[in-house]
Design a protein around this ligand. Structure first.
Ligand SMILES: [Zn+2]
Length: 240
């Protein structure tokens, strides 16, 4: 059962150092308008809670919800993302003469990419705010993830892509029901077109990996690797 517990204490601006309370809609520093915001947690408290291992039975990335933005359980959009295998790469070790190489296989995700981590947390935050329409510029994988997760949450997605996005990826985005707009130009130009469209239509424009949800979601890869290495029987000499 997902709970509401979190140890997020405040948000700090990485440009000017200003501290703010966390709000799901927070995107810019209230002092200098910078988008570079960093969530801060009560790590001393978390270390006490996690001292004897993580006690919940959640196997998705929401296992680490203590260190994610606070989202009530009823708004969380999850399809079992996370907990991907950590595979010992014996042949690469021989090839590169390295004693210890592992591969975190993020293909084993609901839409086959690590972007499902970002989509799960970001779309949950949109869901929490009651947002029903969203714009995203993407080079491919993020749009596939967002289209799947927005479909699950009944949020309409406008996905802006460049002509370099493979046609099979465009098809996959559309299959989930998203509107795909191909912009002739670079990825930066498609981001600008997405942002202008969102402003004109007064639709939420997702800031992707810059947003607090996007950034926070990706650290769960590191948490999983730490847990997996701690429990693996296949320890290489670095951990032996
Ligand atoms: Zn600031």
């Amino acid at each position: 059962m997902l709970t509401k517990k979190t140890y997020l204490t405040h948000v700090r601006c990485l440009e000017c150092g200003h501290s703010m309370s966390y709000q799901p809609e927070l995107e810019h520093c209230s002092q200098c308008d910078s988008p570079w915001l960093d969530a801060q947690y009560d790590y001393a408290q978390v270390s006490q809670t996690w001292k004897n291992g993580i006690s919940n039975n959640i196997t998705s990335l929401w296992r680490y919800m203590d260190l994610l933005p606070p989202i009530p359980a009823e708004f969380i959009v999850s399809m079992g993302e996370g907990n991907t295998p950590l595979i010992r790469a014996n042949k690469l070790e021989s090839l590169f003469g390295h004693s210890c190489i592992y591969i975190k296989d993020e293909r084993q995700m609901p839409t086959n990419s690590f972007k499902d981590r970002q989509a799960s947390v970001a779309i949950s935050v949109l869901n929490q705010q009651g947002i029903q329409e969203c714009v995203l510029a993407s080079a491919g994988n993020a749009a596939i993830s967002y289209s799947a997760y927005t479909a699950w949450a009944d949020i309409k997605l406008w996905a802006f892509a460049t002509p370099l996005v493979l046609s099979k990826k465009v098809r996959e985005i559309a299959i989930y029901g998203a509107e795909v707009i191909t912009v002739s130009g670079t990825y930066d130009e498609s981001k600008k077109a997405a942002s202008d469209f969102a402003k004109e239509q007064a639709i939420h424009c997702d800031k992707g990996a810059k947003a607090i949800a996007g950034k926070e979601s990706m650290k769960t890869i590191a948490f999983e690797i730490a847990e997996q290495l701690a429990y693996t029987q296949d320890k290489c000499m670095l951990w032996a």
